[in-house]
Design a protein around this ligand. Structure first.
Ligand SMILES: Cc1cc2nc3c(=O)[nH]c(=O)nc-3n(C[C@H](O)[C@H](O)[C@H](O)COP(=O)(O)O)c2cc1C
Length: 185
């Protein structure tokens, strides 16, 4: 796929089926992530790959986290948490690894990690795969953080759900004039 095609026409895909991306497809997505713009070449990111049985374990982690946060958790919510990671055959958890730096503020490092997450969705789309960037209450949950073995200076930027696209969606054609001005001094 042409690079501009991918950039302009990428859409998310909430319903994703197996098979999971191949090792070659995964490699390309991660290489795209590593080319995210990065002030100071700090590489403020890391990527956790989960598939197969790991997705079941992730659902259990989410369910335990929800139960810890609310001991009265309704059964339906508990079951939903168990199922959440099973919405795709692979999840890449994108983790921002930010550190105090004399020149590069933490915000900029977080933005770089976000760009890396977006590059994964772009590279998925360019390879005919589907992707969906999700966050939600599990993103900053302390039980989930320790289950994923995050250090103090790390945070989840997103869970990128990946798999085969079930349904094609057209990208909305927005009006540029709504978002663009020129500044001429
Ligand atoms: C940081 C971030 C977090 C997101 N979290 C969720 C989420 O938890 N659930 C969800 O349905 N969409 C979430 N989205 C939005 C979807 O990934 C997607 O962009 C949206 O459904 C619009 O689809 P499109 O990308 O095809 O325009 C998130 C997007 C970003 C950038």
């Amino acid at each position: 796929m042409d690079a501009l095609d991918a950039l302009i026409n990428r859409t998310s895909c909430p319903r994703l089926e197996g098979p999971a991306p191949t090792p070659e497809q995964l490699d390309l997505m991660l290489r795209a992530a590593l080319r995210a713009p990065d002030h100071g070449a700090l590489r403020p990111w890391r990527f956790i790959i989960t598939e197969g049985e790991g997705l079941v374990r992730m659902g259990e982690l989410f369910a335990r986290a929800a139960l810890k946060a609310d001991p009265e958790l309704p059964q339906a919510r508990h079951d939903k948490c168990l199922q959440m990671p099973l919405r795709a055959p692979m999840i890449i958890t994108v983790v921002a690894v930010t550190r105090e730096h004399p020149k590069v503020p933490l915000d900029e490092q977080l933005i770089s990690a976000g760009c890396a997450a977006h590059a994964i969705t772009q590279a998925a789309f360019a390879q005919g795969l589907g992707a969906m960037w999700r966050t939600g209450e599990m993103t900053h949950n302390s039980h989930v953080r320790s289950g994923l073995e995050l250090a103090e200076h790390e945070q989840v930027v997103g869970f990128i759900y990946l798999g085969q696209r079930c349904r094609e969606r057209e990208a909305p054609m927005l009006d540029l004039a709504e978002f663009v001005t020129r500044w001429e001094g």
